[in-house]
Design a protein around this ligand. Structure first.
Ligand SMILES: O=C(O)[C@@H](O)[C@H](O)[C@H](O)CO
Ligand SMILES: [Mg+2]
Length: 381
């Protein structure tokens, strides 16, 4: 089998899909994207396709080695995301060529369903509580909220009280049976995270996420060591070697994104590395159907797995959602808050190619918001 073409599609709300075609008619789909830089990743995919055209797509690992190493300059969000989506498409082709779902190729299923969570937004405690109620009504048993909106690196009492009040309002709606995780988004500094997390602990968040920015991973241990709540991070880490210091710092939950961290091939290895630190895998995924399917295939076959993020119904992906791009929506249903394992070959996604081509004609220009503090200086989003 030989690869004959690599195409990309810029689809709203903020994603990029790729399609690898072969001379035997089998095609594979993937999602190579980093949010806000879809066109940059699209260019990187175009350059990487030089390494793929004419090659045997079934040699997934050899092609992964080429894509990550034969470029000399390696790693980082753009290149690793480009490789990630192409890697997903290669696994899709491998599975389809063998008539097997990817999780079977990864050693077979270790679980029958994957618990999923959805994001909830809102500024005031009442707004975030309302968003939580909506997600509970949709069937989810777990949600994730931001700790705070625009906030100082060293928040004062009023701001800290606000963070606690937001989580308390959500806990009220969820009761004791459901779970809520709290995303700090790197907005707090190390000292602030050390101060705030113990105050959140009585409300039992499932984990706190990105308490420090990825560039301060060398300070992560100072947060983990005083945190009564499990610490998670990884959406802005792109490889095994990026995860090593975070795991050494003691994170409990590793959150590689299947579309950022080198795809199925590398996230599989990040999961194994995490296991040697007694850490769990909970892939990041505010993305589309291919990224979610790749995450689920890994989850079905990974023992040290916790929970999966998914973007259905979240409000910041406005105008389109992942179900718009699939012909068969049934696999993405989450009765009881969990997605059941399904056995279609490859990634198991029935892509609506017409919808994808149509969406690409409109494209998108999604960018992260730019925030400022009251004094006019830059604020972390
Ligand atoms: O954990 C999450 O889903 C968020 O931190 C998103 O990754 C961020 O808004 C960029 O998409
Ligand atoms: Mg996050």
């Amino acid at each position: 089998m030989k690869i004959t073409s690599v195409e990309t599609f810029l689809v709203p709300p903020r994603w990029l899909f790729c399609k690898i075609a072969t001379d035997e008619g089998i095609v594979g789909w993937g999602e190579p994207v980093v949010e806000g830089r879809a066109e940059t990743v699209r260019a990187a995919v175009g350059e990487l396709s030089d390494l793929l055209l004419g090659k045997d797509p079934l040699r997934v690992e050899d092609l992964w080695q080429l894509m990550t190493k034969a470029v000399f300059y390696r790693g980082g969000p753009v290149l690793s995301s480009a490789v990630a989506g192409l890697d997903q498409a290669l696994w899709d082709i491998l599975g389809k060529s063998l008539g097997a779902p990817v999780h079977q190729l990864l050693g077979g299923a270790v679980r029958d369903e994957v618990r999923v969570y959805g994001w909830i937004g809102g500024d005031e405690p009442s707004a975030v509580a309302e968003a939580a109620a909506e997600q509970v009504a949709s069937g989810l048993t777990a949600v994730k909220m931001n700790a705070a909106g625009r906030i100082g690196r060293l928040p004062g009492k009023h701001e800290v009280d606000g963070v606690v009040a937001r989580l308390a309002a959500v806990r009220d709606v969820l009761g004791d049976e459901r779970d809520v995780a709290v995303d700090f988004h790197g907005r707090f500094g190390v000292a602030a995270a050390r101060r705030v997390i113990p105050e959140l602990a009585p409300l039992h968040p499932l984990f706190v996420e990105e308490p420090v920015l990825p560039e301060y991973t060398h300070r992560l241990c100072d947060v983990v060591s005083v945190s009564p709540v499990p610490v998670a991070c990884g959406e802005r880490l792109y490889s095994r070697t990026d995860f090593l210091p975070a795991l050494q710092a003691g994170i409990a939950v590793a959150q590689p994104d299947l579309s950022h961290a080198g795809g199925i091939s590398e996230v599989r290895r990040i999961g194994a590395l995490a296991e040697t630190f007694d850490a769990l895998l909970a892939p990041h995924c505010p993305l589309g159907p291919l990224a979610l399917a790749a995450s689920l295939q890994v989850a079905f076959a990974t023992p040290n797995f916790l929970i999966q993020e998914q973007s259905i119904g979240i409000h910041y992906n406005t105008g389109a959602e992942l179900l718009d791009y699939v012909l068969d929506r049934a696999p993405f249903a989450f009765p009881g808050g969990a997605i059941r394992r399904w056995e279609a070959p490859g990634l198991g996604v029935d892509i609506d190619e017409n919808a994808v081509r149509e969406a690409d004609r409109a494209g998108h220009r999604w960018r992260p918001p730019v925030w400022r503090h009251d004094d006019g200086s830059f604020a972390e989003w």
